[in-house]
Design a protein around this ligand. Structure first.
Ligand code: DAH
Length: 368
């Protein structure tokens, strides 16, 4: 602490008074800011407010006593204001242990923006997949799942792709390495479609079956705007007595209207899948131009969206190995499968499939 005596005033002009008091004030504030314990607060009190040797006392003795009468008022006002400052600083210092400097360091500026926590939300693919599933659960379907690493038997053979059949080549398969010594049917691969879960479900339960199967699938496809080696499908299977192609048409027509709006129309074209006979591709009227013809539907007014068909008796024969009730003479059924990314791209106007998997928050943040 500086041991500086109070010096005499050069004169009693307002300017001289202001100058003198402001230098005292900066001195007292500096000392107060450096206080750290209640002990030093007491030293501070004695130094400034002590009855005998306090600096305020000295100021009063040196400046007030000898002041000319016309300067007394101005001097008195400044003196009282200064005393109030010193007292306030003392109150502050003795009220709290840490120094002002320490407090300032800890202080919370409530005007600063807070730390924002990001709220998570469903990924657009998950959301679309759930929406599709819900359309079918509302019709009484239950939901099934199966493994993503699958055997050749479930992915191909039991779905009526015999070994060496050219239809296998249509699904560019990613296989697990080092399986060559196993029998073909046991070899592991990344499932290329959700269809194997049809067989897994039928092996577990006799008919009737109404099930939707959402899930991830893999193909050895090069990535482009509409292809990705990882994507998702929703598969459906309905088996009961007297299930007909009209049931299939009615169910999928309803589902497309539920997903894209009640004005959407559907049409069915002959197609081929090993596991269905007859098979069909389903097209919906273009949701962008209401069927008039635009760039999105290549001026045709229609967009191809999913595959379907009546379950091939050969598939039932595989199921009957475990569940004899799948006798193709007594029961019939339909199946369908659709790509989730394709539907999500249409619903949300996304033109690059890769955006769904890039993890870019600028993209994903739009689906909160
Ligand atoms: N599994 C087919 C694919 O990945 C999609 C499919 C078409 C599934 C017709 C079906 C179906 O169940 O009946 O290309």
């Amino acid at each position: 602490m500086t041991n500086d005596a109070i010096s005499n005033l050069p004169d009693y002009s307002d300017a001289a008074l202001d100058q003198a008091f402001s230098s005292l004030e900066s001195q007292v504030r500096e000392e107060a800011a450096a206080l750290s314990s209640s002990e030093s607060a007491e030293t501070f009190r004695l130094r400034w407010l002590g009855r005998k040797q306090g600096r305020l006392n000295e100021v009063s003795a040196r400046w007030l006593k000898g002041a000319p009468p016309e300067a007394k008022k101005a001097l008195g006002q400044r003196f009282n204001a200064f005393k109030a400052v010193v007292e306030a600083l003392l109150d502050e210092a003795s009220g709290s242990e840490p120094s002002d400097a320490a407090l300032a360091a800890e202080a919370i500026d409530i005007t600063l923006p807070g730390t924002r926590r990001l709220t998570g939300s469903e990924h657009p693919i998950t959301r679309t997949m759930n929406e599709i599933v819900q359309v079918f659960t509302a019709l009484g379907y239950s939901v099934g799942v199966g493994p993503e690493v699958e055997t050749d038997y479930y992915n191909f053979e039991s779905m009526n792709f015999p070994p060496g059949h050219p239809a296998r080549d249509t699904q560019d398969t990613l296989v697990i390495a080092g399986q060559e010594r196993r029998p073909l049917r046991e070899r592991l691969l990344l499932r290329t479609h959700t269809s194997p879960v049809q067989m897994r479900t039928m092996e577990q339960q006799p008919p009737p079956v109404r099930i939707v199967i959402p899930g991830k699938v893999h193909r050895n496809d090069a990535q482009d705007a509409t292809h990705s080696p990882i994507f998702h499908q929703v598969e459906g299977l309905c088996v009961d007595t007297n299930i007909t192609f009209s049931d299939l048409k009615g169910t999928l027509d309803h589902a497309m209207k539920a997903l894209f709006g009640s004005s959407v129309k559907t049409r069915f074209f002959p197609s081929f899948f090993p596991f269905t006979e007859p098979s069909a591709d389903v097209q919906i009227s273009c949701i962008f131009c209401a069927g008039k013809g635009c760039r999105k539907c290549k001026q045709s007014g229609w967009i191809e969206l999913l595959g379907c068909g009546m379950v091939d008796p050969a598939v039932f024969a595989f199921a009957a190995e475990k569940q004899p009730a799948y006798d193709p003479k007594k029961i019939s059924g339909f199946a369908f499968g659709m790509g989730v990314e394709r539907i999500a791209m249409m619903k949300y106007g996304v033109s690059e499939i890769g955006q769904f998997f890039a993890g870019d928050m600028r993209f994903l943040g739009q689906f909160v």
